[in-house]
Design a protein around this ligand. Structure first.
Ligand code: NAG
Ligand code: NAG
Ligand code: NAG
Length: 424
């Protein structure tokens, strides 16, 4: 391919991308019209690599949301810094859902399904009413997790439910329904009740009688409960949700595997991951309020928590309040579901060995470990560049040190010489 055809080819692909993308390109004028309707906006800079990476995904998001009231758009913040300042954009890319005066920054994973789901949820009222049994069936099939309110829609419990639905709308779904609708599925304890539905099971919000009578206490208790129950039975744990998981005051049980670029894992890893998942499925009634299960597709985060290079597959249990971690003594691959179950009971009874934590020596060591890992990875990826990046400044530094020390000596010599001359 010669230079000219290459140019033509590039020009054509650019044309195709532009014409097939449903992403609106916004300018400074957006500030005046952002209050009208609903917007899902990507704030980007042309030079930022992360922005370029989500460009095609963003086009797909726009395509999926094309027939909805949500307008998908992007703003080049280098050309329109006023817009970036107006929406307090501090990093690129930033994705914000704008609905009238409300701005919600999207912090989830930057994959199409998640972003489309999020925009669809945010475009609707925080609490939606369900009136037919088949819509409930549809919800169960399509939502891995949702929160429900049963009974008459007034009173303190209802008020608190709507309040928290608004707060947690960026994360999950909230529905209100009558008793009759759920009667056949579960035994309903009270006149009004709140439950979370997770994969074929409803778990009710329960508390002491005093909590239901005290607004403040109900506010705090319900908030904690919703926050800790909003994750699925076995979600993928990533850099974007691990901090949220560490706020739920349960033990976090993580099966660690290592996905390749096509998100594939080996048979051994798959068996191990399925085995861990089977434990929470079998024992969900007695484990789920103390343990949150999940899996990781890369050992990176786990390595930095454990401060050593873990073999995959592996099992890690985090204490989300203290930051300590637990690991089985045996090779996790050789463990039976029964052995893992026993290990979890030991963790819960505080009989299992405890490592790490958040005390300052541990944090210092972890910082040291991370710096060393980063350096090793850089060295493996590109030794020449690493040598340059660290060698050059070091070289300059020693040059500067050398010149400072030597110039002192020189100055002294000059001074002594001068004084000598004067004496002469
Ligand atoms: C029902 O109400 C009582 C107190 O009024 C409370 O203790 C109990 O937890 C409630 N149960 C549910 C599932 O809401
Ligand atoms: C509930 O608690 C939150 C803080 O967690 C507070 O902002 C809100 O005003 C409280 N609401 C009520 C009705 O007490
Ligand atoms: C974490 O450790 C503390 C202190 O050992 C303990 O009180 C707590 O129950 C543990 N579990 C969780 C889930 O925080």
């Amino acid at each position: 391919m010669n230079f000219f055809t290459a140019q033509c080819f590039m020009f054509l692909t650019v044309l195709i991308v532009v014409s097939s993308s449903r992403v609106l390109e916004l300018s400074d004028k957006f500030i005046d019209i952002s209050n009208e309707g609903m917007w899902f906006v990507k704030f980007y800079a042309p030079w930022c690599a992360h922005c370029r990476r989500i460009e095609p995904i963003w086009a797909h998001v726009a395509q999926s949301l094309y027939n909805t009231p949500v307008k998908v758009a992007k703003v080049d913040c280098t050309r329109f810094p006023a817009v970036a300042a107006h929406f307090k954009v501090r990093a690129y890319p930033t994705i914000i859902f704008i609905k009238g005066p409300y701005h919600h920054e999207y912090i989830g994973e930057r994959i199409k399904e998640e972003m489309v789901n999020y925009a669809q949820r945010m475009s609707q009222p925080a609490v939606q009413r369900v009136s037919q049994a088949d819509s409930l069936g549809y919800l169960k099939e399509t939502h891995p997790v949702f929160f429900g309110y049963l009974g008459k829609q007034k009173g303190p419990l209802w008020e608190m439910f709507t309040l928290h639905a608004e707060k947690y709308q960026p994360h999950t779904w909230f529905y209100a329904m009558s008793h009759e609708l759920l009667k056949n599925d579960v035994k309903i304890p009270n006149e009004t009740a709140i439950f979370v539905y997770k994969e074929d099971d409803a778990y009710f919000f329960e508390a002491d009688e005093t909590v239901f009578e005290d607004r403040e206490a109900l506010n705090v208790t319900l908030d904690k409960w919703i926050n800790s129950e909003r994750f699925g039975l076995f979600p993928k744990v990533t850099r974007s949700n691990i901090h949220e998981l560490m706020n739920i005051e349960k033990y976090i049980v993580i099966a660690i595997v290592s996905e390749n670029k096509l998100n594939e894992i080996t048979q051994t890893e798959r068996d191990f991951k399925d085995m861990i998942e089977s434990i929470i499925r079998k024992r969900k009634r007695d484990l789920h309020d103390k343990f949150q299960f999940g899996w990781m597709g890369t050992p990176d985060i786990a390595n930095s928590i454990a401060m050593s290079e873990l073999t995959v597959p592996h099992l890690l249990v985090l204490n989300s309040t203290t930051g300590h971690h637990h690991m089985p003594d045996d090779d996790p691959v050789l463990m039976t579901p029964e052995a893992v179950s026993i290990f979890l009971d030991q963790v819960h009874n505080q009989m299992a060995p405890t490592y790490g934590g958040n005390s300052w020596p541990v944090r210092m060591y972890r910082g040291f470990y991370e710096a060393r890992t980063t350096l090793t990875n850089m060295w493996r990826g590109n030794p020449v560049l690493t040598a340059l990046v660290f060698g050059l400044p070091l070289g300059f530094l020693s040059l500067i040190c050398y010149s400072i020390c030597c110039s002192d000596i020189l100055d002294e010599e000059e001074e002594t010489q001068e004084t000598h001359e004067k004496k002469d």
